[in-house]
Design a protein around this ligand. Structure first.
Ligand SMILES: [Zn+2]
Length: 290
C-alpha cells in the first residue's frame, strides 16, 4: 500500500513538473532540414533536433518533434527528400518535444518505434497521468532496448543503440551510426552544462559515465537536441567541464556550503531564470540527498 501511494505521488510529481516545465517552453521555430553527410540529414525546429537516415528501402528517424504540427512538418520534410517510407522511429528519451510529434504522422503506418525500456516506463507514467507529453497510442514504443549496447542493421543501416546509465532521464538512448561516424545524442549533449531532469531520475554521475562512452566512439558528428551539430572536441570539452564542475560542487558540499553559497562561489545567479533546474542545483540535490 505504502509503495503504491509512493508510486502514485511519484507519477503525480512527474506529471506536475513535466507539465510545468514544458508548458513554459517557447514555441519552436518551423522544421528545417539540412544534409549532414551522405544520406544523413538533420531536422532542426519543431522541438528537439531529429536525425534522418535514408536506408535501402526505408527511412529511419531519430526523435519526432514536439506537437502534431511539428511532427507533420517533419513527416512532410522527409517526403521531400525521398519517396521511401519512414519505417523506424527511435526515441532518444521520453521528453514530449522528442516524442509527441508522432501525433502529426499519418495514421496506419507500420512503424517500428524503438526506445529504451526506461523511456517506455516514463511514457507509461505520463499516460497514467493523462498522457499530455506522450506519443499517440498507435505509435508507442514497440521494440525495447534493455542492454547497454545493442547493435543492429535496419534498412541496411548499421547502428548501435547505447544506454550506459540514467543521465538526462532514466531512459536515454544514444544512436551511433558507425558508417557515418554520427551519434544522435538527444539531450545528453547541448550548449553549456548538462541538463539533468531529476524529476525523471536523471543523474550527473550517470551523465559523466554515459558521455565518457560517447566520446570514445569513432565518431565526428554529435547531433544535439537543442544546439547545432557538435564535434567530438566539443563533446570532450563538455565532459571535462562537467567533471570539473561536479567535483567543485562536491568539494563545496563537503565544506558544508549551502546551495546559495555554492552558486555564489561558482559566480552563478542565486535566482535561476531558466525553466529547468540548473546543473548546479541538480548536482547539489543529488549530492545532499539523504
Ligand atoms: Zn530532454
Amino acid at each position: 500500500m505504502r509503495n503504491r501511494t509512493a508510486g502514485l505521488i511519484a507519477v503525480a510529481t512527474l506529471a506536475f513538473f513535466s507539465t510545468l516545465a514544458f508548458a513554459q517552453a517557447p514555441a519552436f521555430p518551423p522544421v528545417t532540414v539540412k544534409n549532414l553527410k551522405d544520406n544523413v540529414y538533420v531536422a532542426d525546429g519543431g522541438g528537439g533536433t531529429s536525425t534522418i537516415v535514408i536506408g535501402q528501402n526505408g527511412v529511419i528517424v531519430v526523435d519526432a518533434k514536439n506537437r502534431e504540427p511539428d511532427g507533420k512538418q517533419l513527416f512532410e520534410a522527409v517526403g521531400k527528400l525521398t519517396n521511401k517510407p519512414i519505417t523506424t522511429v527511435i526515441f532518444t528519451h521520453s521528453d514530449p518535444d522528442h516524442v509527441r510529434g508522432l501525433e502529426g504522422f499519418p495514421k496506419g503506418l507500420h512503424l517500428t518505434v524503438i526506445a529504451h525500456e526506461n523511456d517506455k516506463k516514463e511514457i507509461d507514467q505520463d499516460l497514467a497521468a493523462g498522457g499530455a507529453g506522450s506519443p499517440p497510442k498507435e505509435y508507442l514504443p514497440n521494440k525495447l532496448v534493455t542492454q547497454t549496447r545493442e547493435s543492429m542493421t535496419i534498412e541496411g543501416v548499421k547502428m548501435t543503440l547505447i544506454h550506459i546509465a540514467p543521465a538526462h532521464t532514466t531512459g536515454d538512448l544514444a544512436v551511433y551510426f558507425p558508417d557515418y561516424k554520427v551519434v544522435a545524442s538527444g539531450d545528453l549533449l547541448g550548449d553549456g552544462d548538462p541538463s539533468i531532469h531529476l524529476f525523471k531520475n536523471g543523474s550527473s554521475e550517470g551523465w559523466i559515465r554515459f558521455v565518457s562512452a560517447l566520446v570514445d566512439l569513432d565518431a565526428d558528428s554529435f547531433v544535439r537536441g537543442h544546439a547545432d551539430v557538435g564535434t567530438k572536441e566539443q563533446a570532450r570539452q563538455a565532459l571535462a567541464n562537467a567533471i570539473a564542475k561536479r567535483a567543485r560542487i562536491a568539494d563545496l558540499v563537503k565544506q558544508g556550503k549551502s546551495l546559495d553559497e555554492i552558486k555564489q562561489a561558482l559566480r552563478e545567479p542565486v535566482k535561476a531564470s531558466g525553466r529547468f533546474q540548473t546543473f548546479t542545483e541538480t548536482t547539489y540535490e543529488e549530492l545532499t540527498k539523504k
